[in-house]
Design a protein around this ligand. Structure first.
Ligand SMILES: C[S@@+](CC[C@H](N)C(=O)[O-])C[C@H]1O[C@@H](n2cnc3c(N)ncnc32)[C@H](O)[C@@H]1O
Length: 252
């Protein structure tokens, strides 16, 4: 797009720093958002973003892409389940980074419930809008359809089209956290970050990956997305446990 650097500068002045994200996709999404909101050109849109907080929030939400689902890429969750079953007794702490409206932390939680394990999940995202939705703990029946039958009883019907998650052995806490600018919110037995770092520019991706790796305790696991590469794993003290799942032997 002609004038793209200026657009990024203007959005940054308005409080939206998108410099971490890969450009072509961001550009496509920005143009489609502008059209969707009924603007005929960029300038009136940039003016409107300045004064209209709702438009600003919708823009941020649209650009950050919230696609997610329960048990996304099922075989990877089977491998995760096997890794959790093999862990020594005791509480398991999990950080789900870039959790969107909650499908990923909930998937981890119901697996641990079913294994009879105690757990604490800290689920974070940079977008308050999706976190508000996640905190409700209430999910559309069409989404819960993706949950395998053995875990369905953790979802109790609530009205005709929704179900509520009911956990007994642990809890999920949702917190706003930006992976690009903030240090990790602690150290965990398991760090899950799937389908997010693919959107970052290479240098940002590298920095974020190092932060995520640093947040895993020795003997813990890092669980990435199905399409993400982690060629640096050995340098950072990990061994590959199965595709997308890395076991931390030691701190580097
Ligand atoms: C495509 S979704 C992936 C959701 C889930 N992890 C999954 O794999 O199904 C990416 C999520 O990352 C969040 N996100 C984008 N940039 C972020 C950042 N800098 N820090 C934390 N979360 C971010 C988005 O708001 C979005 O909810």
């Amino acid at each position: 797009m002609e004038g793209w650097p200026e657009v990024l500068d203007t959005l940054r002045e308005r409080g939206l720093d998108l410099s971490a994200y890969k450009e072509p996709q961001l550009e496509r999404r920005l143009l489609s958002f502008i059209q969707r909101e009924g603007f005929m050109s960029l300038e009136p849109f940039l003016d409107a973003v300045k004064d209209n907080r709702d438009l600003f929030r919708r823009l941020y939400s649209y650009l950050t892409i919230h696609v997610t689902e329960f048990f996304r890429d099922p075989p990877y969750w089977e491998a995760f389940r096997a890794a959790m079953a093999a862990r020594p007794p005791g509480l398991i702490s999990i950080w789900s980074a870039g959790c969107s409206w909650g499908a990923e932390p909930v998937t981890a939680a119901v697996i641990l419930e079913e294994l009879g394990r105690s757990f604490e999940v800290l689920a974070t995202d940079s977008d308050e809008m999706v976190l508000d939705e996640a905190r409700g703990g209430r999910f559309a029946a069409v989404d819960v359809d993706k949950v395998p039958a053995r875990y369905r009883h953790y979802f109790h019907p609530e009205g005709p089209d929704h179900l509520r998650l009911v956990l007994q052995r642990g809890r999920i806490t949702y917190l706003r956290h930006d992976l690009v600018v903030e240090p990790p919110p602690g150290r965990f037995d398991v760090v899950i970050c799937r389908n997010l770092i693919i959107y970052f520019r290479p240098l940002v991706r590298q920095k974020v990956l190092e932060r995520l790796a640093g947040a895993v305790k020795p003997t813990g696991l890092l669980f990435l997305g199905a399409t993400e590469t982690f060629l640096e794993y050995a340098q950072l003290g990990f061994v590959a446990a199965s595709p997308a799942l890395f076991y931390k032997e030691r701190d580097p």
